[in-house]
Design a protein around this ligand. Sequence first.
Ligand code: NAI
Length: 384
Amino acid sequence: MKEQTVYFIEGDGIGQEVSTAARIVLDSAVEKAYKGSKKLIWKELLAGEKALKEKGTHLPEETLAALAGAEVALKGPLTTPVGTGIRSLNVTLRQAFDLYACIRPIRYYEGVASPVKAPEKINMVIFRENVEDVYMGIEWASCTPEAKKLITFIKEELGKEISMEAAIGLKPMTPKGSTRLIKSAIEYALRENRRSVTLVHKGNIMKCTEGAFRNLGYELAEKSYASEIMTEKEAQSGMSKKLLLNDRIADAMFQEALIYPEKYDVLATSNLNGDYLSDALAAQVGGLGLAPGVNMGEKLAIFEATHGTAPNMVGKDMANPCSIILSGAMLLKHVDMPDAGELIEKAVEQAITNKTVTHDLASQMKDAKSLSCSDFTKVLQDLL
Ligand code: NAI
C-alpha cells in the first residue's frame, strides 16, 4: 500500500471547519479511487492562533522543522492584522521555504452566480511570482531615520529627488526569480496542452523590474523553447507552433479579462499584479469560495484555501469548504493520485449542478438547497 504523508495546518477562523471537511472528502476520494491500495497519512502542524494558544508563538519551530522535510501540506486561512502586528504568516511561509510560484486555476462552475455575462468563457491558470517584489516587505515609514537616510542617499549618490517625508518601500525582482516563475508557467502550459502563456507586467512604467520580467520571458522562450513557442508577431505572420507567448500591460489585462477572457489561458505575472488579478478573476467566476491554490517551490508545495478566515461566520457551520477541498484535489494530482483528484472535482461540479450547496452559493441561486458546511461535506462524499 502506498502511504502519502500530508501535513495540515487547520487555520484560523473558519479554518477548523473547512479543513475538517477537506480531510474527510480527500480520504473518501482516495479510498474510492484506490480501494485501499493508497492512503493519506495526516499530520497536524500548528500555526496561527491555535499555535499561539498552545505554544506561545504564531509559528512554532516544530512546524518549520516538519515543513522543511515535507513534500506537501494543506493549509487553512491564517489571520493577518492590517497595518500593525505580526507579518503575514502566509508570506513568511512562502519566503521561508522559497515557495516561489503561487498557482491559481480559475474556471467557472455552471450555475454559480457571477457578476459577468459569460463567466463560462473564463478558464485561466495564474502563475504569480510569490517571494520577491514589494511582498518582501522591505519598507520604512514616513519620517523615520531609516527613510530619511535612504532618501538622502538616493538624492546625493543617485541624483533622484524624493520628498523627505516620503515613506519608502523597495521592489526587488531578480532575473532568477522572474525566470524560474515564467519557466514553471511555460512548462505547465506545454505539459497540459494549453494554448498560450501571457506575461502580465507594468513594464511601461517600471521598466527595470516589471519590464525586465517581460523581457526575461521572451529571452527564455527564445533560448530554451524555440521549437515549441512562437510570439504573437510570429503567429500573426502565419507561423504555427505548440504554444503562443505574448504579453499584456497589467491594467490592460484587467480589461481583457473582462471583455475577451476566452483569449487567455496561462498567465505569468509578478507578485503584486498577480495578487490583484487572482482575486479579480476569482470574483468573475463567482467568488473566492471556490478558487483553489498552491504555493509551490522546488521541494515543498503548500496547497491552501484562497479565501480568508471569514470572522463573521466562525463556529456557525456555514462556511463553504470548496476552496480548500479543490486545493486538496490539486494536491492529490501532485502526489500521483490524479483519479482521486478528478473524483473530487466532478463531485463539486455535480453538487453545484444539483444546487445542493452552502449558504454563500445557495443565496445567489434560484431554488437551491442551502446546506451547512458539514452536510455539504456529506453530499460531496456521496457524490464521489
Ligand atoms: P475573507 O476571505 O475572510 O472574507 C471576505 C468575505 O468572504 C466575507 O464576507 C466572508 O464571510 C466571505 N467568505 C470568505 N471565505 C468564505 C467561505 N469559505 N465560505 C463562505 N464565505 C466566505 O477576507 P477578509 O475579511 O479580508 O480577511 C479576514 C482575515 O483573513 C484577515 O485576517 C486576512 O488577513 C485573512 N486572510 C487570509 C488569507 C490566507 O490565509 N490565505 C487570505 C485572505 C485573507
